[in-house]
Design a protein around this ligand. Sequence first.
Ligand SMILES: *[C@@H]1O[C@H](CO)[C@@H](O)[C@H](O)[C@H]1NC(C)=O
Length: 820
Amino acid sequence: MLLRFCNEPRYLEGVMGPLSNIYVFVCVFTFMLCNNSQPTVENEFIANYSSSLLTNVPKNIPVHTQVLDLSHNRISGLSILEFISLSKLQVLNLSHNLIMELDFSVFIYNQDLEYLDLSHNNILKVYCQTLAYLRHLDLSFNKFTALPICQEFGNMFRLEYLGLSATMMRRSDFRYIIHLQLHTVFLTLEDFTLYEPQSLTALNTRSLHIVFAANQNFSFSLLYDGMSTSKNLSIVNLRYTLSYKDFPFPPLTLLKKIKTTALMLDTVDLQWAIILQIFLLIWYSPMEHLTVRNLTFQGPLGELTEYEFLPLFDSLEQIISLDGSMKVLTLEHVRNKVYYFNQEIVYRQFSEMNIASLTIYDAYMPHMLCPSRTSSFQYLNFSHNALTDELFQNCGTLTDLKLLILQRNKFESLSKVSFMTSRMKSLKYLDMSNNLLSHDAPDVQCQWSKSLSELDLSSNQLTESVFECVPVNIKKLDLQNNQITSVPKGMAELKSLKELNLASNRLADLPGCGGFTSLEFLNIEMNLILTPSADFFQSCPRVRELQAGQNPFKCSCELQDFIRLERQSGGKLFGWPSAYVCEYPEDLRGTQLKDFHLTELACNTTLLLVTALLLTLVLVAVVAFLCIYLDVPWYVRMTWQWTQTKRRAWHHHPEEQERVLQFHAFISYSERDSLWVKNELIPNLEKGEGCVQLCQHERNFVPGKSIVENIINCIEKSYKSIFVLSPNFVQSEWCHYELYFAHHKLFSENSNSLILILLEPIPPYIIPARYHKLKALMAKRTYLEWPKERSKHALFWANLRAAISINLPMADGNSCGEMH
Ligand SMILES: *[C@@H]1O[C@H](CO)[C@@H](O)[C@H](O)[C@H]1NC(C)=O
């Protein structure tokens, strides 16, 4: 109920009075809830409701809408209320709906409306009204019987485009609009039943488009009248299934009336004889451009015998070799259903045509003849046919030809193609793309037209040998999508070459510019370049743009140089950064080159070696410093000696010796070091666990014997001999022992029993030269050094004690009381 009220606000206003505010609120609210047909918003002036299954014009169209698209819906009727608020409306598209009756007065408040499209509806009837601002009115593809042109149309002076449909056309139909200068008239004539000749000619339009029904014979008199009506004429669906003999050929008087200079025929399905007749007419006329699309020749030749047929061609030949006004002939998508006919004749017709431009596109044409006399062709396009290397060989008559397009044919030999062009003195552009071209005979010289400056050889089967067969003056060369693996170094120079396209080949690196001194643009996308060489811009200083993306880049150290090159080149790398992506290694796949960075260190071997060396040096220095500062070697040496002593003690059991031994060690020292011996050495050795007995010459001296004898006696009764070495000792005492050492070789051989303590360093120069033994011992460093640092003393004593530890037989009167 609410919705219905909302739809008719005017009706309610009087009734509801003070409640109208509430009414407005409820209306707005329900719109928000219930109306789900929202326009697709592109900008605020465009409302697009196309294909929204609408059965009515929506109510909520924004009032400032200028372009309203309601096409492809199911709208069957229009009312003035639906459009009254849209005062800014300029374009209204109601095509493809179900409207059956149209009253132009629904738009009387839309003063700005210029484009009104009502095509593809079911309109049978119109009620007219002058819409003075209308420029574009389309009523084509509707269900009108007679043309819907009313008197009011005569006042629409701005009208440029008028689309109409009808099943009948009479002479009086256009009477109201003959004074209008129209741009385009579009007529759709489905189920066409009646045409009164001369009806169309009343029209005043520059372009006329006529669409016949696809399943109906077209009206030939309408075609002829069309040619007498507008400069540009296009006709869709020309079919004639009746006998050729019933076809009404135009009177030659028609020729004088022909106004059309550009004719387009689309979807032509006719018998040969009829087509030839139409061609004859056209060739006589002042027509300049003829385009025929989707042309099917029907056969078998109407009811003509070949005997009757050939003269027809002859007459055509006479005409088309005349200097007519025809300039451009285009045939596209030609199909031939005639099984017998002499193709030679047809090729002769075409090749002798005295026109500037000929296109025969997609016609299965296997051959074309060389014109017999100097030809006026400047543009030939035979794309998408079945032409072979035999085309135009030894042809010297195409001297005006500037552009030749032969793409999508069956050419195979590049050298033959070069010979084809050799006598085309004006040829500038040649398109040989999408053929089967290769150049496998390097001994065959190529001979190109000297004037050729642009050559398209893309999508063929060419390899690098193509560079032996390239026109010398070429400026632009397209070799895209071939099988080129390299650009040979020693090839002929192409001094004029500015643009080279090598995309989609198999190149492994950027080519240098050795042979291309003027190169400005190079495309080398989609090749097999892993690591492009970075000296490219040095070798090619003139290059303004390098397109090298979409290659399988290997992101490694070498690529760094190329990335650096990008930075230096100043934007010459086309497609950077998106087209430049790592392919290898696997873990970097998809990374853009701009985001790929390796450190200088990882890539520079020398730098790496230098760094490693420096690090080693620093390490050595640190170790050396620590050794010196903490005296590590001393600890090592002491530990070594201690373990050696332990080992020896383990293997050696001098049990017999022990029986005669009374002391652990004999201590010898200089008088001047006696303080240290008495205060440090003796207390330290005699204390602690293990009882050490020392033989000291003062303490255990036997009277009546010489000092040396006493010393030797003491030594012999001791397991070890400890000598406290110092400069004092060397200078004052050593001589005593020299004697002993001289007599007791055994002792010197088994130096195990000798313990040297170095109390103070002895500079080598103070040792007299004759003391060989001392020098040898000092050199062997088999002494214990007395450390100055207090912290090392404990280890020193432990070491010393270990060196003299031995179990002595316990003699009576042993002073070592603690043991018991
Ligand atoms: C109206 O819409 C149809 C179909 O979407 C389109 O082909 C036609 O060009 C439009 N007409 C105008 C005047 O924009």
